[in-house]
Design a protein around this ligand. Structure first.
Ligand code: NAD
Ligand code: ZN
Ligand code: ZN
Length: 379
C-alpha cells in the first residue's frame, strides 16, 4: 500500500510499504477514508523529536473496517469508524479509569505510558496517513459512526483535535459564565475555544497572530487577540476589564514571539498573568521531555523556566497531558449528529495522499488559508 513516511527534517514522502495485517486476535484493519495532518506532526516534521526514519505518520484517522481478528465481536467489517489517536488496552488501571492516554501496557518505550499511531516515543505503531491501518484492541478503541459519508469533515475531527480542544477546557474546569483565554488558534486552540463556547462560557478570547486563524476563531464564537499587535495579556485585560477565570494552552513548546523567535516559557507565563488568582489552566499544547532543537540546554531536557513562583503565589491550578479521546468522542459525535457542533468548519484543504508532502510544507509554514489539511487516501 501507499503511505506517508518520515525521512529527515522537512522531508516526508509517499512510499510503497507492506500492507498491515491482523497480528493479534483483537486487531482490526481499517481502510482510511480521511486522515488529518496535525500540529503535532509538525514537531516531528521540523526535526524536533526523536522519530525514526521510515516511520509511517498519521494519528488522526477514520475509515471503514476492512477486516477483523477472531477475537473482535463488537466491531464488524464494513463499519464506519473513528480511530482515537490513543492506543489503549482497556484493561489496565488507567484505562479502567478512562485515562486511555496513559495506558500502562501498550507503549514499550521505557518511562512512557500511553501509545499512539505514527508518533515519536509513542510505541512501534504505524500511522494512518496510508491506505490501511492496523488497530489493536479494536473493540475497545474504535468508535462507530453513522454509515454513509455525511459529516466526514466533522467526524474526522473526533480522532484527536475536537476531543483534545474539549479536554483543554475540561482540564481548565470551564463552567457556564466563565471568561476564558485560549492561547493558540491552530486547530486545537480553535476547537478549545469552540468547546468553551459549547460549555457556556460568557466570553472566550483566542490569541494568535495569523489573521485567517483568528477569523475562524470569531466564526466559532471567540474574540480574536492578535499578539503581533502588542502584549496579548494587556489586550485581554483591557477587553475583559480584568483577568479571566480560565486559560487554555494550545501552542506547546515551540511557542514563539511575533518575530518567530522561540521562547518555550512564553505562553505559560502569559497564562499565569492573564488568569485570576485561584483560576485554572489547561495545557494541551505539547511539551517534550527531550527537544533536540531547543535553544538552551535546560529546554533540551524538557526544563522550561516558566513563572512557577507567580503561579504558586496566585494559587492557580494546572492540568496537563495528552487527551484521553475515548472519554469524550462518543458525546462529541452525538453533538455533531444532532447538528449542534460543526468542527469541520476549520478544514481548509482536502488532498489525495499523494499530495501529502506538499500539504505538510504549506501547513508547516502556517501559510495564509492553510488552517487544517485532510488527506483522503481512498480517493
Ligand atoms: N494534548 C494532546 O492530546 C494534543 C493533541 C493534539 C495536538 N496537541 C498539541 O497542541 C498544540 C497545537 O496543535 P495545533 O494542531 O493547533 O498546532 P498548530 O501548530 O497548527 O497551532 C499552533 C498555533 O499557535 C500559535 N502560536 C505560536 N506562538 C504563540 C504565542 N506566543 N501565543 C499565541 N499563539 C501562538 C501559532 O501561530 C499557531 O497558529 C501542538 O503543540 C500539538 O502538538 C496536543
Ligand atoms: Zn493530532
Ligand atoms: Zn491500558
Amino acid at each position: 500500500m501507499k503511505a506517508l513516511v518520515y525521512n529527515n527534517p522537512y522531508e516526508v514522502s509517499v512510499e510503497e510499504v507492506d500492507d498491515p495485517r491482523i497480528e493479534a486476535p483483537t486487531d482490526a484493519i481499517v481502510r482510511i477514508t480521511s486522515t488529518n495532518i496535525c500540529g503535532s506532526d509538525l514537531h516531528m516534521y521540523e526535526g524536533r523529536t526523536s522519530v525514526e526514519q521510515g516511520k509511517v505518520l498519521g494519528h488522526e484517522n477514520m475509515g471503514i473496517v476492512e477486516d477483523v481478528g477472531p477475537g473482535v465481536w463488537r466491531v464488524q467489517r464494513g463499519d464506519r469508524v473513528s480511530v482515537p489517536f490513543n492506543i489503549a488496552c482497556g484493561t489496565c488501571v488507567n484505562c479502567e479509569h478512562g485515562l486511555t492516554a496513559f495506558c500502562l501496557t501498550t507503549n514499550p518505550t521505557p518511562g512512557m505510558d500511553g501509545a499512539a499511531y505514527g508518533y515519536a516515543n509513542m510505541g512501534p505503531y504505524a500511522g494512518g496517513q496510508a491506505e490501511y491501518l492496523r488497530v489493536p484492541f479494536a473493540d475497545f478503541n474504535l468508535l462507530r459512526l453513522p454509515p454513509g459519508d455525511d459529516h466526514e469533515l466533522d467526524f474526522t475531527m473526533l480522532s484527536d483535535i475536537f476531543p483534545t480542544g474539549y479536554h483543554g477546557t475540561e482540564l481548565a474546569d470551564v463552567r457556564p459564565g466563565h471568561t476564558v483565554a485560549v492561547f493558540g488558534a491552530g486547530p486545537v486552540g480553535l476547537l478549545a475555544a469552540y468547546s468553551a463556547v459549547l460549555r457556556g462560557a460568557a466570553r472566550v478570547f483566542v490569541v494568535d497572530q495569523h489573521k485567517d486563524r483568528l477569523a475562524l476563531g470569531e466564526r466559532f464564537g471567540a474574540e480574536p487577540i492578535d499578539f503581533s499587535a502588542g502584549d496579548p495579556v494587556e489586550q485581554i485585560l483591557d477587553a475583559n476589564g480584568g483577568m479571566v477565570d480560565r486559560g487554555v494552552e494550545a501552542v506547546g513548546y515551540q511557542a514563539h514571539d511575533h518575530t518567530g523567535e522561540e521562547h518555550p516559557e512564553l505562553v505559560l507565563d502569559n497564562l499565569v498573568r492573564a488568569v485570576r488568582s485561584t483560576g485554572v489552566i489547561g495545557v494541551v499544547g505539547v511539551y517534550m521531555p527531550q527537544d533536540p532543537g531547543a535553544a538552551d540546554d535546560g529546554a533540551k531536557d524538557g526544563r522550561v523556566a516558566w513563572d512557577y513562583g507567580t503561579f504558586f503565589a496566585k494559587g492557580q491550578r494546572m492540568g496537563t497531558g495528552q487527551c484521553p479521546v475515548k472519554h469524550y468522542n462518543r458525546d462529541l459525535r452525538d453533538l455533531i449528529v444532532a447538528g449542534r457542533a460543526e468542527p469541520g468548519l476549520l478544514v481548509s484543504h482536502e488532498l489525495p495522499l499523494t499530495a501529502a508532502p506538499d500539504g505538510y510544507a504549506h501547513f508547516d509554514r502556517r501559510e495564509d488559508g492553510w488552517t487544517k489539511v485532510v488527506l483522503h487516501p481512498a480517493a
